[in-house]
Design a protein around this ligand. Structure first.
Ligand SMILES: *Cc1c(COP(=O)(O)O)cnc(C)c1O
Length: 499
């Protein structure tokens, strides 16, 4: 496929603007362009065809099964989009006075209430724009809490399991804390003995996700909460895996004090390719005074923004957070209503169905019922036939599926982390299992089929090492001043094998 610059023909335009009648002020010489910008010139139909064709090259949840473990790539109901596009919401200015934005404030307030209910805690801030930003915000609240108690200098350590998502240690470091890693035991739980030895009066808190990134619910979570609370430390819940437990068990009841929720995972937002997302935090009453400003509060029938919170850690994002995300998540929660528990039950059932069908063909690092996702390993395939997790993942693309997460969590060699979500019908789950079972057979009979995969995608397997070491991320304008006349080989293709 050609780049849009290669299709450019000088003089063509896809739009016209009406003539500007008013007098234009002179721009200072220094601010003026010396030459026109190098923009592609196409007529409207060519432009539409270009981007429509590009869109068909994309893989998304609307085109196929996307079992990317940890990311909860569920189908996003169209009604969410319709509501987010209502003119009253869409055209609202972020600086609109409260009086004229009552509906938006009420929606945010109601979303907060729903998240408080789901998490079993006390107060919510919608501001953080992603799970990772929620983590940082939560840790800053922890810091503010201990600072007020005069314990900040003493409590510098945060305990994190070795199965943790990479954002957890990153957030801990950004918030100025020290990491204390803790081991996973043979059943996939946190190793309580290892933990006990590492928790003392210098500990600020624990940060875990439950179910863990192994898709396992920690069987000792109440005991763990006792250990931390007995030394005055706090419990942080990474809510990225909330999809497994909505309406079934609540982080607050498990003993957690602070939680972030990934709206784009559990409560549906189109979130491939980096956003937009939402990472609200919900906290116990003792931490409420430190929440970011403004807080959205209700006074009788009116809603307002409260900036008068002297202990607040301040703002963590512009305005009140990613509003379009709030509309979609609120619509999603209201759509399930009191049945929200069903969502999690189906997600867990789907994952266990896949696990049951795949368990004989792949290695099982922890032989337990899973939650909404699970981890199998291609370790035996690698040892016996030389085809590992990456080869299985690439071959899956030939069968029309998005690969699962691979090589994570780090504690499982040749890991394949699979998350079906609640939105897939049984036929799709079966086709996916059939493909993975067929691939395991291919690994034994003709392993080169896996190692050369994918075979029939627009791009073959990339030389990832070379692409990282010699990253070419910019099209070579300087080499081709006359772009548009001659087709140009995209230089990125140098980094691809066989393309
Ligand atoms: C996705 C995820 C995060 C990070 O969330 P972002 O919204 O991507 O920043 C943190 N922890 C776990 C377990 C996750 O799956």
């Amino acid at each position: 496929m050609k780049l849009i610059y290669e299709k450019s023909q000088s003089g063509r335009t896809a739009y016209t603007l009406p003539r500007y009648e008013l007098e234009t002020p002179e721009l200072p010489e220094a601010l003026r362009r010396s030459e026109p910008p190098r923009l592609p010139e196409l007529a409207e139909p060519e432009l539409v065809r270009h981007f429509t064709e590009l869109s068909t090259r994309n893989f998304g949840i609307d085109t196929g099964f996307y079992p990317l473990g940890s990311c909860t790539m569920k189908y996003n109901p169209r009604v969410n989009e319709r509501l987010a596009n209502l003119p009253g919401f869409r055209d609202l200015h972020p600086l609109q006075e409260e009086e004229g934005a009552q509906g938006a404030l009420e929606l945010m307030w109601r979303l907060q209430e729903a998240l408080v209910e789901v998490s079993g805690l006390h107060a919510c801030s919608l501001q953080p724009a992603a799970g990772s930003q929620g983590e940082l915000t939560g840790l800053l609240l922890m810091r503010a809490y201990f600072t007020e108690r005069g314990e900040h200098e003493q409590r510098r350590k945060i305990v994190i399991p070795d199965s943790a998502h990479g954002t957890n240690p990153a957030s801990v470091t950004m918030a100025g804390y020290e990491l204390t890693p803790v081991k996973t035991d043979a059943r996939g739980n946190i190793d309580v003995e290892d933990l006990r030895a590492k928790v003392d009066e210098h500990t600020a808190g624990l940060m875990i996700t439950n179910p863990s990134t192994l898709g396992l619910f920690d069987e000792h979570v109440e005991e763990i909460a006792r250990i931390f609370h007995s030394v005055g430390a706090l419990m942080y819940y990474d809510g990225a895996n909330l999809n497994a437990v909505c309406g079934i068990s609540r982080p607050g009841d498990m003993g957690f004090d602070i939680i972030h929720i990934n709206l784009h995972k559990t409560f549906s937002q189109p979130h491939g390719g980096g956003g937009p997302g939402g990472g609200p935090i919900v906290v116990r009453d003792t931490l409420e005074p430190f929440l970011p400003v403004p807080q959205i509060v209700r006074d009788g029938d009116t809603f307002r923004l409260d900036f008068d919170r002297p202990k607040s850690i301040g703002k963590v994002r512009g305005f009140t957070g990613p509003f379009g995300v709030f509309i979609r998540s609120y619509a999603f929660i209201r759509m399930w209503g009191p049945q929200l528990k069903r969502m999690s039950e189906i997600a867990v059932l789907n994952a266990n169905y896949l696990l049951a069908r795949l368990r004989d063909a792949y290695d099982l690092p922890f032989d337990r019922l899973c939650m909404h996702e699970f981890v199998v390993s291609a370790r035996s395939l690698k040892r016996e036939h030389g085809a590992g997790a990456l080869d299985v993942a690439k071959r899956l693309m030939d069968y029309g599926f998005h690969p699962p997460t691979v090589y994570f969590p780090l504690i499982v060699p040749e890991a394949l982390m699979i998350e079906p979500t609640e939105t897939e019908p049984k036929e799709v789950l079966d086709e996916f299992c059939d493909a993975l079972l067929a691939i395991a057979r291919e690994a034994a009979d003709s392993p080169e089929l896996l190692k050369d995969a994918p075979h029939d995608r627009p791009v073959r397997r990339l030389d990832e090492v070379r692409a990282a070491k010699r990253a070419i991320v910019r099209y070579g304008f300087e080499d081709h001043p006359d772009l548009g006349a001659e087709p140009v080989e995209p230089r990125q293709l140098e980094a691809q094998k066989g393309a």
